[in-house]
Write a protein that binds this ligand. Sequence first.
Ligand code: WTA
Length: 650
Amino acid sequence: MAEPTIEAYYLEDRTFPPPPEFAANALTNDHSLYDQADADHQAFWAEQASQLEWFEPWTSVCEWKLPFAEWFVGGTLNVSVNCLDRHVAAGKGDKVAFHWEGEPGDTRTITYAELLDETQRFANVLKSLGVARGDRVNIYLPMIPEAVVAMLACTRIGAPHSVVFGGFSSEALRDRILDAEAKVLITADGGYRRGAVSPLKPNADAAVAETPSIEHVVVIQRTNNDVDMQDGRDHWYHEVMAEADPTCEPERMQAEDLLYLLYTSGTTGKPKGIMHTTGGYLTQVAFTHKYVFDLHPETDVYWCTADIGWVTGHSYIVYGPLANGATSVMYEGTPDTPDKDRFWDIAERYGVTLFYTAPTAIRTFMKWGTDFPARHDLTKLRLLGSVGEPINPEAWMWYQEHIGGGNCPIVDTWWQTETGAILIAPLPGVTTTKPGSATHPLPGIGAELVDEEGTRVDVGGGYLTLTQPWPAMLRGIYGDPDRYRETYWSKFGDRYFAGDGAKLDDDGYLWLLGRVDDVMNVSGHRVSTTEVESALVDHPTVAEAAVVGAKDDTTGQAIIAYVTLKGGNEPSDEHGQLLRKHVATKIGAIARPKTIIFTDDLPKTRSGKIMRRLLRDVAEGRVLGDTTTLADASVVEEIKRRAAETPTEE
Ligand code: WTA
């Protein structure tokens, strides 16, 4: 495990209290939520859970048998009812749930009543294809409204979904389907990205050829490209929907029933199927979405730019906003199509008031320049959010000034696929922010730093741990309880170890410093070094590979691969390209190394362990740390020379 390093770039002395007008109208502008949670943790979360609609109440708020928590035990509810039916029943059927916009400029306005109708029909389609309560359904879709419908339809019938990001390769999809043993796959012919059709069905076909559990594939027609439809197995969405019964009784789910699996990279080559359950998860995503974004559902237009394939899309495009009856924007494509002002054009046209994106996007906008946002009236914006990686103070300040017009609070939200919901963030009407700090744990959350020995750190650097169970916490790794215990609960006693380093400043503000394990964070996406290494050595010409994440001005970290070729193969730019492409095919474009450095040898300890720290130092152009444990010190000089000669790819 790496030491959490403290970068010198933070600006502790800049503080931004909530703008007075914002605080005056905020849902909460004093410490009462923190006080309530401190006074009675369980009563606090029970109060939040009671904001949902339950068929039967719970008998116990939290049962904690380390490392397994159960929340709202005995309670029954249905997620789709909470996201749809109850709003329609309250007379809000005509309220817009999504202003959806496709990349080519086509649009759809979807009300809560329409979303409920489509969800029920599709739930019946799934049933007719043999999906029963408890069966897993895989979803592999672009950012189209049907992705939301598919997820909600699964929740209506109690079938856990497993969404796989549309940018993942067929092999990544296959492995995730195999692990979940899903019965049905929902995909599309393709989606639009950067002005072109990005086909999905061929990937789905290649995956399904090797996944015996899949009995049916439902295909949404989005791009009209030619696809192969296999008789009896594949069904067009529009055809089966036309025949579907319009009403579907919601399943009464136990609070602890599995809601979904979402796979995320860990420190080994095998992705982890993170398990989220029903009652606690929905409680906490609704609570955090409401208070962290200060949601006023009648007047706000909320836009989260994440993809549904990631946890941010699950919690803050689908479940949180819909549980709260919000009106959201959903966009299919890239921010530079047709021009680099697409986001601001969308924000202006729909009157977006709450905007949630990632630091890597903000840094890209900075690079593109202020002219693009300046073309548009962004004065309706009243709050900005950030997620996915540490936001550097420069990007924070730029975001505040050029997007927020200088008067929007910024909520820097720290959380993980595993945590399900935001855990560390400001409350925008309460918290004085500092650029680059996620500030404090939210009400009801216990977070502390510890040192290597597990002793609490009150000021300075340490490892981020969580001290109490929280309702949306993961319930395990699918099919692997031992890995769950080992990964999160074995390092620091009864604390959850997040894998992040952090620093507490003199005022008690938390500064997240990034991962301390072998997980990289590229454009806010988690990629495991081991997974990329496995993909590289899978290529017939590669003898050995070591992968590190190096600091990158735009993407946060960039993937740098050191590769030793098997005898008879010559290093060349073309060969580098070939290997980069190979990784993209094996995992997905997000895992494609930025740079491949060919080397005859890798720096190893005498026991044969690759010294990644040295490789990171080389990649980041730093003075090399301790090399005395190296088996062969000359290797490093060789690698430095090769690195200096290697061109960097965009
Ligand atoms: C990082 C994304 C600093 C962190 C929701 C964490 C952050 C990992 C922040 C989880 C933030 C996320 N500040 N770092 N505001 N948000 N991270 O599972 O390293 O894709 O462990 O969940 O992203 O990534 P994941």
